[in-house]
Design a protein around this ligand. Sequence first.
Ligand SMILES: [Ca+2]
Length: 210
Amino acid sequence: MRLLLTLASLAAVVGVAATSATAGTSPTPSNSSCSFPSQSQVFSPFGDSRAYFLAPGANFEGSIGGWTLGGGAAFATGNETSYVGSSTDSHSLALPTTSASATTPTFCVTSNAPTFRMFIQNHGNLGHIDGQLAVYLNYAGADGETQQVKIAALTVKSTNWTLSPSISFIQYISTPLQSGYANISFTIKPNDNHGNRRIDDLYVDPYCSR
Ligand SMILES: [Ca+2]
């Protein structure tokens, strides 16, 4: 009996170690389901009546704990001018330099053709305003390692806040979605030095096909 207990204890320790190692290298699901925050038709003023949820902290109105910011990316005063989240919103995120980058916290999506949209404003840089803002999708590949793929390059040539098109990313995560859901994050950063941008109100539509 004592030997069996010892073996059982060892197996438990090995299991914990394996889980910890995986968690350090990929956004592995922490439970067996994926539930969404509350959804609303935030883009209905733009003719888009689908229901969306706010990506974690992506209105930049409170804590953005869990976001990874680099290259001068920072909270900025001033909200996107449609105030789709709340009329009292007052902040956005600045991506002022070529090296600026922002990565959302990891969150889950399901296989129901998720898409997202966000607001972008561009003040230009070096006399140019024609640059692209790149969006990368981060997800756990079949080997458990984090994979990154560019899913969009957005051009906004206006100091007015502009709503992005609906961006689909389900085609890149068909393998992890075989379990019914996938844990993902987005990295947003300039593609070149022709931009000085702000972003705000990044919302995810979890049921685009419905
Ligand atoms: Ca905001």
